[in-house]
Design a protein around this ligand. Structure first.
Ligand code: UPG
Ligand code: MN
Length: 733
């Protein structure tokens, strides 16, 4: 007999929880002891300036470590059983509709073929086709992206049946053709040829920067019409143009080569004028929320970055395992899949996996109110973007309400006119969009902020972490790109700390305490710009000047320092290794924190402060997804890619140099007995730790000759600045 309530999901608590709790208690006590020691020191020490700086640094580290424990109080893992869904949903028509949002912003940083691949991979989902709608938002307002999508719509007619026929797992064409070399699949050669042809055409057009003159375009009148919208207007730029909506595929009309329905595919570039704030990605998402509301109004929405293609066609069914459970659905805002990247090198030299963020901490929040929203790979309940779980907040027009039933076809003139209206750049003026309805404005990490605000309203979220990654995205391989990306995030965190809804005030009141501590942990990341530079320069400069600043080996306080340092590192190490990490990756992740602490964090702080005084405008600088073969090969071999003369390289080069100097000086002092080894032991150990981490820098400064090495300008400037520091230090302290 069939089970009326088949099992869809299950929770598995993690075994280490008790150990975590005991450790948290001991570690917190040790931190309090440290501050006792600090204040004792302040009252007797002659060198108060150094002590105050060290105290400040330790305060930030303490806040970070204590809040870090919140993630470890009740971590859980979950399992889903999508194979049981057919017992509940007997017909395809019973499946809830799914609207998929893909955002892109610049055809030169985000190559249209990449965006097209993402779209094709989700159009081919194992899900009733008539229920799928893919909406592409193009903030670049580019005819090149539109052109690529017109080609993709034609290709989809072949690609979707091909995936279905061979039951492919890999449904992103580029990834499929790259992975299956040598295997025989019937019809593969033909379809690969069609794909390559499309790719060449699109790339040629991109190179020329213009679609006019491509032979088969001029033949098609419909196509001409939409392009004339893009380019026929005087002064048309990506920042100044009317709304462009192009229905590329309509499920009720278009068929694939086997006569099956195709999903809806709609291209939209919202209206832009120079004087209106367009709110970056959050603005784009809200526009998509409205346009999709008018056209299909699906109850479930998947948001994707242009580079996160689907790596598993069953993903929507996994999300459905939660949305089909009425007990869970009532206050479930989103099901978050982790952000996993392809193309990261073997030992992940930049720590780009963000393992603690993506995996370890996410399991921890999942046991509380749920993981934070990370902008991509998230299945939202549309209703959650309108008010709290108990009371719905209705938008200005009834057609935008999450429970409105659309009864006209997409191409209907009324629908199109209304869609055009709600995509207008003045539409949101004097409305609650971006503040109480939809995705939240006010932070460069709109994703994090939106998830946080939803949790504050009482919504929950769930982490779905299947073995096979559901999505794969791209991650920067040039160090400067990576640092600029983190800098943008940290500026976003600053905006959140300082806003009216800061987790430090509003969050603590509205959330469960542990969940609030998790959010505080993240928003306190930018303050790493205090301890890392302090610990990277101060003990070193003091060592060069033979000034001991930590307790000596015979002092009992020495063991406290040792415990705090080793304890923190070991906790991370255990977390890392028990979630499938390797030792080199863990080591590099440590390094990445030191690097960010000297670059992205302080630069974000500086830029944020300058911004407050009106000296710099904060903006969403899109991360480049262009693949540079030369850089990639260097990165794949495990080398840092410097190359450009970025000011952010100055601080890390300075730290590398000064630590080397201090380390040699410390060893010399110890050997020649000027300062007894036990007095400066901790300083020498710390300096040695940084020196070992700085190896890639020494290599890039001295040994490398390739284009990715450290520019000579940066090295010379750093040496000069280090000299200045060495001269100034004895005068100041
Ligand atoms: O004005 C804009 C700026 C960006 N985007 C899109 O936003 C996405 C993310 O941009 P990206 O440059 O890749 O930023 P990342 O830092 O890699 O993105 C991470 O961090 C962002 C918040 O800073 C989140 O929105 C993303 O989901 C998350 O992957 C891309 O698809 C862009 O096309 C827009 O649509 N409009
Ligand atoms: Mn990205």
């Amino acid at each position: 007999m069939e089970n009326p309530n088949p099992l869809l999901h299950k929770i598995i608590p993690m075994r280490r929880t008790w150990f975590n709790r005991v450790f948290a208690a001991i570690y917190t006590c040790a931190i309090f002891a440290l501050f006792y020691h600090h204040f004792q020191n302040l009252s007797i020490n002659s060198n108060t300036k150094i002590s105050i700086l060290m105290l400040l640094a330790d305060l930030v580290l303490a806040l970070n470590s204590i809040t870090y424990q919140a993630f470890r109080m009740s971590p859980i893992r979950r399992v889903v059983f999508p194979q049981n869904i057919p017992q509940i949903l007997k017909n395809e028509s019973e499946y809830p509709a799914l609207d998929i949002f893909i955002c892109t912003a610049d055809p030169y940083k985000e190559p249209p073929m990449g965006v097209v691949n993402t779209a094709l991979s989700v159009m081919a989902y194992d899900y009733p086709t008539e229920k799928l709608s893919v909406y592409v938002s193009d903030d670049g307002g580019s005819q090149l992206t539109l052109f690529a999508f017109m080609e993709a719509a034609k290709f989809a007619r072949h690609w979707l049946p091909f995936c279905r026929k061979h039951d492919l797992v890999e449904r992103c064409p580029e990834a499929y053709f790259a992975s299956q070399i040598g295997e025989f699949t019937e019809g593969r050669d033909e379809i690969e040829m069609a794909y390559r042809e499309m790719k060449i055409t699109v790339e040629k057009v991109l190179e020329r920067g213009d679609v006019n003159g491509v032979n088969h375009i001029t033949a098609d009148e419909e196509v001409l019409k939409s392009f004339s919208k893009c380019s026929g207007i005087d002064g048309f730029t990506s920042r100044n143009h009317p709304t462009i909506i192009q229905i590329l595929l309509e499920s009720s009309i278009n068929r694939d080569v086997q006569g099956h329905a195709l999903p809806n595919l709609i291209y939209i570039s919202r209206e832009k004028i120079a004087t209106a704030a367009h709110q970056f990605k959050a603005g784009a998402l809200n526009m998509l929320l409205r346009v999709s509301g008018i056209m299909t109004n699906a109850p479930i929405i998947l948001t994707l970055d242009c580079d996160s293609y689907s790596n598993d066609p069953t993903t929507p069914l996994r999300a459905l395992c939660y949305y089909l459970d009425p007990k869970i659905k009532s206050d479930l805002a989103y099901v978050q899949f982790p952000q996993i990247f392809h193309g990261i090198n073997k030992n992940d030299i930049y720590g780009s996996e963000w393992k603690s963020y993506v995996q370890i901490n996410a399991y921890g929040m999942d046991g509380l109110m749920g993981p934070n929203y990370i902008g991509t790979g998230s299945f939202f309940q549309r209703r959650a973007l309108f008010g709290d779980p108990l009371s719905i907040l209705l938008p200005e027009i009834p057609e935008l309400s999450p429970d409105y039933h659309v009864c006209k076809p997409i191409h209907d003139n009324e629908i199109l006119a209304l869609a055009d209206h709600v995509a207008g750049c003045r539409y949101e003026d004097q409305t609650r969009w971006g503040y109480e309805i939809g995705f939240n404005y006010g932070s460069l990490v709109e994703d994090f902020y939106t998830g946080y605000r939803l949790h504050c309203k009482g919504w929950k979220s769930i982490l779905c972490y299947p073995k096979r990654p559901a999505f794969l995205g791209s991650s920067p391989i040039a160090l400067n790109d990576m640092l600029c990306q983190s800098k943008r995030w940290f500026m976003g965190y600053f905006e959140i700390i300082c806003c009216k809804f800061s987790p430090l005030t509003f969050g603590l009141k509205s959330l469960n305490l542990l969940q609030a501590l998790c959010y505080i942990h993240y928003i306190s990341w930018p303050f790493w710009s205090i301890p890392v530079p302090v610990y990277a320069f101060l003990p070193q400069l003091a060592l060069i000047n033979s000034t001991p600043i930590f307790p000596k080996v015979s002092d009992p306080w020495f063991y406290l320092y040792a415990f705090l340092f080793v304890g923190a590192i070991m906790q991370e190490f255990i977390d890392y290794m028990t979630t499938g990490g390797t030792i080199p990756k863990w080591w590099n992740y440590q390094k990445s924190w030191l690097i960010r602490g000297l670059t992205s964090f302080p630069f974000a702080m500086l830029e944020y402060i300058l911004g407050c005084f009106g000296f710099s405008a904060t903006g969403f600088n899109v991360t480049s997804k262009v693949v540079d073969d030369e850089q990639t090969s260097r990165y794949d071999k495990g080398y840092f890619v410097f190359g450009v003369s970025s000011p952010m390289f100055l601080t890390i080069t300075m730290a590398a140099i000064i630590n080397l100097v201090a380390f040699s000086s410390g060893i010399e002092q110890a050997i020649f007995g000027k300062e007894r080894f036990e007095n400066v032991c901790l300083q020498i150990c710390l300096t040695g730790y940084v020196v070992v981490h700085s190896w890639p820098l020494y290599e890039a400064i001295i040994l490398r000759t390739d284009k990715g090495k450290m520019p000579l300008k940066i090295t010379l400037a750093s040496v000069a600045l280090v000299l200045v520091l060495c001269i100034v230090f004895p005068l100041l302290f």
